[in-house]
Design a protein around this ligand. Structure first.
Ligand SMILES: Nc1ncnc2c1ncn2[C@@H]1O[C@H](COP(=O)(O)OP(=O)(O)OP(=O)(O)O)[C@@H](O)[C@H]1O
Ligand SMILES: [Mg+2]
Length: 466
């Protein structure tokens, strides 16, 4: 069993792993294709032979394999439905002699070179048994995540050399999910994933608490203070209020919502890109854009729009000429050329740039899209989210029985907390500036420190028992 703390921040967008040996925090190189390799995009790409690629290489392979590829849709049997024709009398169903069995077919992208999995953490709390069809085989979410976790486990072992590790994993305050109890479901799935991935011992720590642990670890002797951690990432916003008293701390409250960077990207798509793809043309051109919306926002299923019923509607709009024709051509290029993921990446990139620039451009040559977007426009899009942010802060304060003036320090972490408007909003609520705390690695570091402390405490107990 390892005598060091090992932390894994398994994020919706990015994953980081760290170890702490009591002296130094060391970040593990888990992504071989980025410069430092310590922050890995949480991505998995499976090719037709089910051979996996992870991290930034998974993203570039997906873009390389898919952009501009012509999609061929074919029918595939997905099951049978048997219909018994009959009628009800008062209490019974009386079957007549007519029974039909229909083979149900679905459309698949038959030449798809590989499947990319992204933002998988957002599905962990879904009810039922979410399964992903990968080249005709059905995989549970746990199976997909196991591939990723095994890879990360191997990278950790390169450093620790230990087979039997105790991993401290971060968890959001509230997992996103469609069920009534997403946290229970998600944690169970994470445990199964760890067992499948060969990790026998696992502990979960709230992500914002872990961020605080790493902050306190590197900022000692500050006396007593109330700290609010604001962790705004890709999938969730997680808050934690804790009271620090010299070397110790206690958690006063937590709160969270399943809305963060991914949600903002989709809002930009809706507000800025939809009007360039044919939204709003239903009155004059009988073109119902709403039929396309869900499959556009969800880039994994945009290929489904290659079916004749959709393409015919676009072809019809193309005959309108003028602006509607330009929009229809763009929409068709987006669908036919499989450029949905590329567009999503460009939107995200533009959003990130707007944290440090007044304006930028969403440029996707493949669909003739060149759109200037200003920080002001982004702020208009984000504005409704500020109300939800205020709500989740009020909840954390009420649970901690504090008012905003009693919070001494605000620590921001997570990529989305870098948005200037979000920082201004926090300053407005608390009447003081927030501090940025290691946006992408602070949580993994805190988890490693928590793991080390846990090991020390249990060692202390064993020593005193013996
Ligand atoms: N400078 C920036 N300005 C605005 N947004 C940013 C910036 N940098 C990164 N982001 C956004 O932050 C998100 C990723 O942040 P982070 O890596 O903290 O999330 P995560 O830990 O993977 O997600 P979660 O904690 O929600 O599971 C993405 O949505 C990304 O677009
Ligand atoms: Mg995070």
């Amino acid at each position: 069993m390892s005598r060091i703390g090992i932390g894994l921040d398994f994020g919706t967008s990015n994953t980081t792993a760290a170890i702490y040996d009591g002296t130094d925090i060391h970040y593990i190189k888990i992504d071989p294709f980025t410069e430092t390799g310590t922050i890995m995009p949480t991505a998995l790409y499976l090719d037709r032979e089910f051979s996996p690629t992870v991290g930034s290489e998974a993203l570039s392979r997906c873009l390389k394999d898919n952009t501009g590829r012509k999609i061929v849709m074919t029918d595939k049997e997905v099951g049978c439905v048997t219909v018994h024709m009959g009628e009800m009398d008062r209490d019974h169903f009386i079957e007549r002699d007519r029974t039909f069995t229909t083979v149900v077919t679905g459309k698949i992208d038959s030449l798809l070179p590989g499947r990319l999995f992204r933002s998988m953490k957002s599905y962990l709390g879904d009810k039922g048994n979410p399964q992903f069809d990968v080249f005709g085989k059905k995989f549970r979410i746990e199976a997909i995540l196991t591939v990723l976790l095994r890879y990360i486990h191997n990278q950790i072992r390169v450093v620790t050399g230990d087979l039997d590790i105790h991993l401290f994993i971060g968890r959001p305050v509230l997992y996103s999910g469609t069920g009534s109890d997403p946290n229970r479901v998600a944690l169970e799935r994470m445990r199964t994933t760890c067992t499948n991935g060969g990790i026998s011992k696992v502990s979960f720590v709230m992500e914002p608490e872990a961020a605080a642990v790493s902050y306190l670890h590197s900022h000692t002797n500050h006396g007593s203070e109330n700290i609010l951690v604001f962790d705004f990432g890709g999938g969730t916003l997680d808050l934690c209020i804790l009271k620090r008293q010299k070397e110790k701390y206690s958690v006063l409250s937590v709160s969270g919502i399943a809305r963060a960077g991914d949600y903002i990207d989709k809002m930009i798509y809706r507000k800025k890109i939809f009007p360039l793809l044919g939204e709003g043309l239903h009155r004059d051109h009988d073109f119902h854009f709403s039929e396309f919306e869900d499959n556009l926002l969800n880039w994994q299923s945009t290929y489904l729009l290659n079916q004749a019923e959709y393409i015919e509607k676009i072809n019809h709009l193309m005959k309108a000429g003028g602006e509607p024709e330009i929009m229809a051509v763009r929409l068709k290029k987006l669908i036919r050329g499989n450029a949905s993921f590329l567009l999503m990446e460009s939107i995200e990139q533009a959003k990130i740039e707007l944290s440090s620039h007044d304006s930028t451009v969403i440029d996707v040559e493949e669909i003739d899209l060149h759109l200037e977007i200003s920080r002001e426009e982004l702020e208009e899009i984000i504005e409704p989210l500020l109300g939800e942010i205020s709500g989740v802060i009020s909840l954390a304060l009420a649970r901690a029985e504090l008012d905003s003036s009693q919070v001494d320090r605000i620590l921001c972490t997570g990529g989305s907390s870098r948005i200037p408007m979000v920082k201004q909003h926090l300053a407005h609520i608390f009447g003081k500036e927030s501090e940025q705390w290691d946006s992408f690695r602070g949580i993994a570091a805190g988890l490693a420190v928590a793991g080390f402390n846990h090991f020390q405490e249990s060692k202390g107990q064993t020593d005193s028992e013996s």
